[in-house]
Design a protein around this ligand. Structure first.
Ligand SMILES: Cc1ncc(COP(=O)(O)O)c(C=O)c1O
Length: 397
């Protein structure tokens, strides 16, 4: 065996949560055939990228035929479009120099701990639990320590910074916040965001606000962290077109900060490690940020899908709230069933795939906040969602 970076070894020791689900899926495919399976497992939109965005991209391939390497930090037109969008959507003024084009939010959140913590220094990174796995994996690669903020019914699925021990706070360098939150669907109100900003300013902690679901809200619009007073001193905003514009295949988004240090550090990381996002993808992305219609259409569509599924789940005894945003449903299992058991039953009896909550949450302080939950990613069409709802209702009979 060749030697490895210790952080890499730590990542490789993490159990791969989806092995069990994949095995069950194989069994279900054998039983029903692939076509029958309705897959609410992974949060990857099954809807196509809107035609006008694809057209823009195709045209840009020709227009940019002499482009050479793309600019590492993103070209001006992309950064200008992002600034216009942020002004229009959040009424926040940023300069084009405050923006870095990224390969989506995953690339950025994974590398942030590497930029801002020191190995073997007992630096902590504060991570919502359940939460997006690269927050943890990037922390492990950096050889920093994850500290989880359990999101449960008792705290209304909101991170509570007050509960963190003082000695942990002292050694904390970063907190990841994600609103609208995957998978609980919660959108944090101004007071909660302000509490986190104040905590970060008081303790010199970097606030990474992952806003990649910002456009998927079902009643009140979500806020950006930059709407909160003083956030510009400590915050990084991550955004992405993956979900709002069905552009997972394009892998494009941005990193924004008004803090010189936070901006410069990531600029250097990106300049030293990668070429920029492909020029034609940046052109399509600039267009997508400034085009609202497709976003509004999908928001309404996701809302309908979520409503159909929530009703079906309630009818079989699941305790579940309507998510405020994202496209996920985070439901309690019926009759206190183990989530692995419930998810397996749905898949092997009804051909419906979901993700057991305990597989996407960490056991922390003796508790796994996902242990009674199952996640549905509502990425299938209304027709398929209705079909799934009907199959679920059959479980009642
Ligand atoms: C909370 C969260 N952040 C980031 C991402 C990834 O975003 P991107 O596709 O832009 O890399 C996801 C994808 O599932 C996510 O759920």
């Amino acid at each position: 065996m060749f030697s490895k970076n210790r952080g890499m070894e730590r990542i490789m020791k993490q159990p791969y949560a989806f092995d069990v689900v994949e095995q069950n899926k194989e069994l279900a495919i054998k039983k029903f055939g692939k076509e029958y399976i309705i897959d609410f497992g992974i949060g990857d939109p099954s809807d196509p990228t809107p035609e006008e965005i694809r057209e823009k991209c195709k045209k840009a391939v020709d227009e940019r035929k002499d482009s050479g390497y793309p600019q590492t930090l993103g070209h001006f037109e992309f950064r200008e479009a992002v600034c216009k969008w942020i002004k229009k959507r959040f009424n926040v003024s940023l300069s084009e120099n405050d923006i870095i084009a990224t390969y989506g939010a995953k690339y950025a959140c994974f590398h942030i701990p590497l930029c801002f913590t020191n190995p073997n220094n007992n630096d902590f990174v504060l991570i919502p639990n359940p939460g997006y796995p690269p927050y943890t994996e990037g922390t492990l690669l950096a050889n920093a320590e994850p500290y989880y903020l359990n999101l449960t019914e008792d705290n209304n699925f909101e991170p509570n910074v007050e509960e963190i021990e003082k000695d942990v706070v002292k050694k904390s360098k970063i907190i990841f916040v994600n609103s609208p939150h995957s998978p609980t669907g919660r959108i944090y109100k101004k007071e909660k965001l302000k509490e986190i900003v104040d905590f970060c300013i008081d303790n010199e902690i970097i606030l990474v606000s992952d806003e990649c679901y910002s456009e998927l809200y079902f009643s009140e619009k979500s806020m950006s962290i930059l709407n909160i007073k003083n956030a510009e001193d400590c915050a990084i905003v991550l955004n992405s077109l993956s979900k709002r514009s069905m552009m997972t295949g394009y892998a494009v988004g941005f990193y924004a900060s008004k803090n010189e240090d936070l901006l410069k550090t990531f600029k250097v990381l990106q300049q030293k490690s990668v070429q920029g996002v492909a020029t034609f993808i940046q052109d399509a992305a600039a267009f997508a940020y400034l085009e609202d219609k497709h976003v509004e259409k999908m928001r309404n569509e996701y809302k309908k899908r979520v409503e159909i599924m929530v009703e079906a789940l309630r009818s079989i005894g699941c305790e579940v709230s309507m998510p405020e945003g994202t496209f996920y449903i985070w439901t309690k299992t019926p009759k206190n069933k183990n989530p692995l058991e419930f998810s397996r039953e749905l898949l092997l009896e009804k051909g419906i795939n979901s993700t057991p909550g305990n597989l996407i949450s960490k056991e922390f302080k003796g508790k796994n906040p996902g242990k009674d939950y199952v996640r549905f990613a509502m990425v299938q069409s209304i027709e398929k969602t209705k079909e799934a709802a009907e199959r679920i209702l059959e479980l009642k009979r």
